[in-house]
Design a protein around this ligand. Structure first.
Ligand code: SAH
Length: 342
């Protein structure tokens, strides 16, 4: 019999399994708390469960854990990048960012990525598979365990396209926010997508309270189609329409990510086009000086162009900030994570 992934089960599902195995229902809550509150990864550490039952549980279930293969600390800002090995030998990366207001973990949702954005390292070695809910969760638990401090914010901005792994990502968010478990309010979670329109509608209808970030990176289809293949499937107009639906249904402000690439999307013309596109929307624009990726020769805009772009948007009443680059010396910044050792 194949063992079941116990950390991907919600409390109700675990109760059903436990009852089916002939144990009393309260055992499920005990196990669930060990896994999601006390962060234990072995049945033999669950001290309120007898040795005999621990052994039996070990025969039915496996507990997902990640092996830290590499741990790099930025000299500039204490950002930590983890390279993890999964149980099947694949690799993923996560990043722990330390801010005054708390710790934030940037997690991966897939092994590799199929979206093919030309500026992003995560897609360069192709796609292998989706991560399970427990593999996404464990990136947060492992970082908290390693660092010894509480994780207060989570961003789904690591390797992979979260909405391309929709069911597992939704399940992960359910587990992460469960008051019987880690209990993180989804107000403290941001999900970033390259613009999978059908799933944006589905997510909006769930009304989960998370922040939706859209990787926009261009104000026109002409520019966006050159850097982001997803734009051939869903044009900017359709993405914006879905964003408006999301904002209306959830009352949450959309965050647009815009990586400024020298000579590609960073001129006054694009600033003007972007301001027209976003006019009147409940939104925020995150300007990111594009980060270096070795397979591409994109260069970041210079400081003057970045601040001129920001000022243009602000003058038009569009809230825009320039994102501080963290962990650039350890390739831990936006778009630099990979599914292999770099
Ligand atoms: N697939 C999702 C999640 C990845 S999040 C998405 O596309 O949104 C990572 C963020 O970093 C995205 O906004 C992505 O577009 C951006 N990014 C990718 N490569 C980058 C680079 N070289 N410099 C700056 N940002 C980059």
């Amino acid at each position: 019999m194949e063992k079941k992934d116990v950390k991907s089960l919600n409390l109700k599902e675990l109760e059903c399994e436990i009852i089916e195995l002939g144990y009393p229902k309260f055992r499920a809550k005990q196990i669930y708390e060990w896994l999601h509150k006390k962060n234990v990864n072995e049945f033999n550490q669950m001290t309120n469960i007898s040795y005999k039952i621990q052994e039996e549980l070990d025969g039915y279930f496996y507990i997902t854990s990640l092996k830290i293969i590499k741990r790099l600390v930025s000299k500039f800002d204490n950002t930590v990048k983890y390279l993890y090995e999964l149980s099947d030998g694949n690799f993923i990366e996560s990043v722990l960012m330390k801010y005054k207001h708390g710790n934030s973990v940037c997690v991966s949702t897939q092994v590799g990525c199929k979206m093919g954005c030309t500026f992003c390292a995560s897609t360069k070695a192709g796609f292998v598979r989706n991560l399970t809910p427990s593999e996404i969760l464990e990136q947060i638990y492992a970082a908290g365990r390693d660092d010894g401090e509480k994780v207060s914010n989570v961003v789904l901005m690591g390797i992979g396209e979260p909405l391309d792994n929709y069911d597992n990502v939704v399940k992960f968010m359910e587990l992460l926010s469960d008051e019987n478990g880690f209990n993180l309010s989804l107000r403290h979670l941001s999900l970033s997508t390259c613009g999978m329109v059908d799933k944006i509608y589905e997510l909006a209808n769930l009304k989960l309270g998370l922040t939706l970030s859209i990787s926009l990176h261009a104000p026109t289809d002409y520019i966006r189609s050159k850097t982001m293949p997803i734009n051939q499937k869903w044009k900017i107009e359709e993405v914006i329409k879905a964003c408006k639906y999301y904002a209306e249904h959830t009352k949450r402000r959309i965050s647009f990510e815009y990586a400024l690439i020298d000579g590609v999307n960073d001129g006054p013309k694009q600033a003007e086009e972007l301001s027209r596109l976003l006019k009147g929307m409940l939104c925020h624009v995150n300007l990111i000086p594009v980060n270096q990726v070795k397979e591409t020769d994109y260069r970041s805009s210079d400081r003057k162009s970045i601040f001129a772009f920001q000022k243009y948007l602000s003058d038009k009443g569009i809230n825009a900030t320039v994102r501080r680059t963290l962990g650039a010396d350890i390739n831990a910044a936006c778009g630099q994570l990979r599914r292999e050792q770099s």
